[in-house]
Every structure is written in C-alpha cells, then in structure tokens.
Write a protein that binds this ligand. Structure first.
Ligand code: FES
Length: 171
C-alpha cells in the first residue's frame, strides 16, 4: 500500500491538465476532495514541483519543499524534504519521509563506506540503516521510512506533509 504504480502515475499525470487528479489512496482528511470536477485546496500541502521533473533520475533524490500549515487561525511555514525513490522492479515511485522510524531523527545519505555495505540512508542517532527504497536493513528502526501519497494537480505533485503513511515492517 502507498506505493505508486508508474503506469497509473503517468496515466493520471496526463489527465492532470483537466484539473485535480488523485492517485489510488488519498491522505486522511482529503477524501472529500476526491472529485475530478473540483479543484482541491492544496494550500496546506507541499508542492514538490512538476511531475515531469520529479520522475527524472537519478534516484533516490532529495526534493525540498515549503508548506504552509494552517492550525485554526495560525498559519506557519514549514520547510522540509522528502526522498524520492524508484522501485525499478515494480516501476513505482516512492515519496519517503526522511524521519527515522526509530525515534525521529533525520536520516541522511550514507557515506561511501556505508554504501559498500548496502546502505543508502543512515540515521546517525543510533545507527539506523535503510536501503535505497527506505527499507530498514540494520540498527534499531522497526520499519521502513514512512511514505506520502502524492496528489497531482495541474502537473505538479503535492503531498500532505502531516500525513505520512507507515509501511509494514521489513523482516
Ligand atoms: S532515531 Fe534513528 S536510529 Fe534511533
């Protein structure tokens, strides 16, 4: 769940000039907006930029964003980033949170030595290890990096930064 089939992704992207396009699963709270005749309010979401750019490699890659988060009458600006990975076997794009699933530090890219050991992402807090698809492969993290369900509107990819989706534990 939560992973994007590339064919469906591109098919939906081609329709996006007609208005809102959503992928198979919507973040909680956005289901009511799943109306292709209606534009969704993306102001509380992060715009990651054009799909045409995001789908270009090399992968995984870091994509930064600035999101305006509304809480009652207060709006704050939140900067962050996701890692976009491509599962070549399944032809799927993954939009992964960098937040380590152990205790919430930020996972960064592995160094050259760590890469030789199969790591792509490394959390320095307690030695968490993840592969290129964000699967936990060593150290204390209990599950893969969380992912975001992308929504495409007018060719841009949006994510709800407050609604990451957990993936099942990697055994
Ligand atoms: S917070 Fe990442 S390994 Fe502990």
């Amino acid at each position: 769940m939560g992973e994007i089939n590339r064919r469906e992704f591109l098919k939906n992207a081609s329709k996006s000039t007609l208005g809102l396009v959503t992928l198979s699963i919507l973040p909680l709270g956005l289901a009511a907006c799943n109306d292709k005749e209606q534009k969704m309010d993306t102001s509380a979401m992060a715009n990651l930029g054009p799909l045409s750019e995001i789908e270009k490699g090399p992968f995984p890659k870091k994509v930064e964003y600035v999101a305006s988060i509304k809480d009652a009458w207060v709006t704050t600006e939140q900067k962050g980033f996701v890692y976009v990975a491509k599962d070549e076997e399944k032809q799927e794009l993954l939009f992964m949170s960098p937040i380590c699933t152990h205790l919430g530090c930020s996972a960064g890219y592995a160094d050259e030595q760590q890469k030789t050991e199969g790591m792509t992402f490394y959390c320095p807090c307690h030695g968490g290890q993840y592969d290129e698809l964000g699967n936990n492969i060593g150290g204390p993290p209990p599950r893969p990096l969380d992912i975001f369900q992308p929504i495409i509107q007018e060719g841009d990819v949006y994510i709800a930064v407050l609604s990451p989706v957990e993936r099942s534990r990697k055994s």
